[in-house]
Design a protein around this ligand. Structure first.
Ligand SMILES: Cc1cc2nc3c(=O)[nH]c(=O)nc-3n(C[C@H](O)[C@H](O)[C@H](O)COP(=O)(O)OP(=O)(O)OC[C@H]3O[C@@H](n4cnc5c(N)ncnc54)[C@H](O)[C@@H]3O)c2cc1C
Length: 420
């Protein structure tokens, strides 16, 4: 066993011990209501679930929200989650990760398309902890391109809200960017009062970084000092979702803010508490449907596994069950609930409620790393080791990108400079 693996195993054990002592034991004494009823049930305290919990509790008066999270709280993780220099370690801690691995598959060789190569299982990292994958990711603050959002909006009038103008306003509302002396163009594209902290690299530029940037500039690749500004291509240094050099996950920014809002309902007749209730280690198994309305597929609650017992939680009339389990697990929960491709469901003995191509549109983005060894003093604990981006248009023939690819307004390949 390598030194690195044994350290990770020790971290796993420490995190598990803390969770057992502080979360599981406390939960054992929790009195579960005979019938748990909430206005909203959110499945997954990840990136989307944390934002949603906070926005619901602040925007709709007099509601209570249940968040069910299969993982544990991020509060104790041996500094692995909060310290950027531990980013690549955070993936390896099995307590934080669902541990998915792709199936072995034959794919066409990129270099020689006449050949097939066998790809072994490839780990697909997926956060299982408060904050979800925002507690493990590389923290690069990079939005999608205007064109993608406008393509969504073009699908019909009901999608108008997804156009770039609406999304840009939403991005700005969430963001708290701490760039020093921002110019007018920067201000046009960024927010400064949101809960999600975004900052420039804390490291300054060290030799290997400036060498890479100079090399790119010599090739004619344009320098970009804001990958979320007017254009997204070129070479530049990323901004990060960090606050004062520490990871700013969505649990840290949004969920913890949501948890502060606890109050009694203004309706004096009831003693309902307006709050967000997060249950850790609560693994949602499937959606509970309204069996009286079989045709409509109306969700009325969820079944989940917690503390060794299968429990049920329900929504009040007009309430909603909202799946925020991420790109892999939300489709999985839908399929376990009978919504999905018929052949997949039937081969797993799941009764089909509605046949839909659930999970069929999974897309990933390509990225390549240039890895360089630096002197130990070059990088400090603020660095996740991946600070430079070279973003360009994919060359579908697999050729090395040429200068023109870097000028394309809609880049889709990312090269990261990694420094170890
Ligand atoms: C290695 C890696 C690096 C990345 N780097 C960046 C980056 O630098 N910048 C960037 O912007 N994005 C990055 N991303 C992508 C980004 O982190 C994700 O797109 C984003 O976190 C997805 O949010 P989500 O809410 O859809 O899912 P998640 O954040 O994954 O949240 C899903 C949550 O649901 C919970 N859950 C799932 N199933 C159940 C269940 N059955 N019961 C209860 N709870 C459940 C999970 O435990 C998890 O907490 C990276 C992703 C990876 C994998």
């Amino acid at each position: 066993m390598s030194q690195q693996h044994s350290n990770v195993n020790q971290d796993d054990a420490k995190i598990r011990e803390y969770w057992i002592k502080n979360v599981c034991d406390r939960d054992k004494n929790t009195q579960f209501k005979p019938k748990e009823i909430y206005d909203f049930i959110i499945v997954g305290a990840g990136t989307a679930g944390c934002v949603l919990a906070r926005e619901l509790i602040h925007c709709i008066p007099n509601i209570n929200v249940l968040v069910l999270e299969a993982g544990g709280p991020d509060a104790y993780s041996n500094g692995i989650i909060s310290l950027p220099c531990n980013t690549f370690k955070a993936f390896q801690v099995s307590e934080h990760n669902w541990g998915y691995i792709t199936q072995e598959q034959k794919i066409q060789s990129f270099v020689d398309p006449t050949k097939e190569i066998l790809k072994n299982g490839f780990p697909y990292i997926c956060g299982k902890v408060w904050g979800g994958t925002s507690s493990l990711n590389a923290m690069v603050y990079m939005r999608g391109q205007a064109k993608w959002y406008n393509n969504w909006a073009a699908q019909g009038p009901e999608y108008k809200i997804w156009d770039w103008d609406h999304c840009l306003e939403a991005f700005k509302a969430v963001e708290n960017n701490s760039r020093k002396n921002p110019d007018e163009t920067f201000k046009k594209f960024h927010g400064f009062n949101g809960l999600l902290h975004v900052q420039d690299s804390q490291n300054g530029i060290y030799d290997v970084m400036s060498g890479l940037i100079d090399a790119a500039k010599n090739l004619g690749i344009p320098y970009n000092d804001d990958f979320n500004g007017e254009r997204q291509n070129g070479v530049g240094i990323f901004q990060f979702t960090m606050n004062d050099g520490k990871r700013c996950s969505l649990a840290e920014s949004y969920l913890k803010d949501a948890l502060k809002k606890v109050e009694l309902s203004p309706d004096s007749k009831s003693e309902k508490v307006v709050s967000v209730d997060v249950k850790s280690f609560a693994h949602v198994l499937n959606i509970i449907w309204d069996e009286e309305n079989k045709e409509e597929n109306i969700a009325i609650g969820v079944r989940y596994f917690c503390n060794g017992v299968v429990r049920e939680a329900f929504i009040a009339p007009k309430g909603e069950v909202i799946l925020c389990g991420g790109a892999f697990n939300s489709p999985k929960i839908l399929m376990l609930s009978g919504i999905g491709p018929k052949e997949n469901l039937e081969s797993n003995n799941i009764k089909v409620r509605k046949e839909l191509p659930v999970g069929r549109n999974l897309l990933d983005h390509s990225g390549f790393y240039i890895v360089a060894k630096s002197t130990p003093s070059a990088i400090n604990h603020w660095s996740n080791g991946a600070e430079i981006g070279i973003i360009h248009k994919a060359n579908v023939e697999g050729k090395i990108p040429c200068k023109d690819d870097f000028f394309d307004e809609n880049p889709d390949i990312e090269i990261m400079g990694m420094f170890d």
